[in-house]
Design a protein around this ligand. Sequence first.
Ligand SMILES: [Zn+2]
Length: 192
Amino acid sequence: MRKEYIYIVILILSVAGMIGGIVSLLNLSRDTRDAKVTTNQVQMHNIGETENTVTTASSEEKVSPNAAFALKKYYDECSHFDYEEVELPKELVNLTEEEVQDFYTGWEIEEFSKDKLVLTKEVNGYCNQHFIIKLDDSMVNVYRVGTMGELNEYKTTDISKDYLPEEDIEKLEVGIPIYGEGKLGAALEDYE
Ligand SMILES: [Zn+2]
């Protein structure tokens, strides 16, 4: 008789254990589901934040399609600036200042608004407005000074040494530097 009681007790305990196990399993899965819901809410919250950031960025000033665009180069050998207004590259339309900067690495943004964009850069060397008038053998020629100071043939003239005074010949043999293409013509006229 006592043995039967023991069996019954064992049976009750094991049934209770099974029920307990099932209940805890159910709880566990509910916890996981809750946790998932929480994660989704967090993610949605994050997405909301990202959208907010994008909205803020869109109110920043952006390059308009008809903005003026200029490149300004500073040449460190002669301290001259070369200011060139060029057509706005299509890729820059609708970009923010930061995005333009990413596009033009090596350039500094000197002026930025939706209507005007000026980029500047320091260049090692001379600008392209330096010329040398020089006597080669018997003829006067003009050279353009390259970025690194080298002389590149620019144009020949029909001014001959034969008709030049000794004083001019001496100077021309050394070479006469001229700054600015506009002044070149006037300087050559002096020898004609
Ligand atoms: Zn220069």
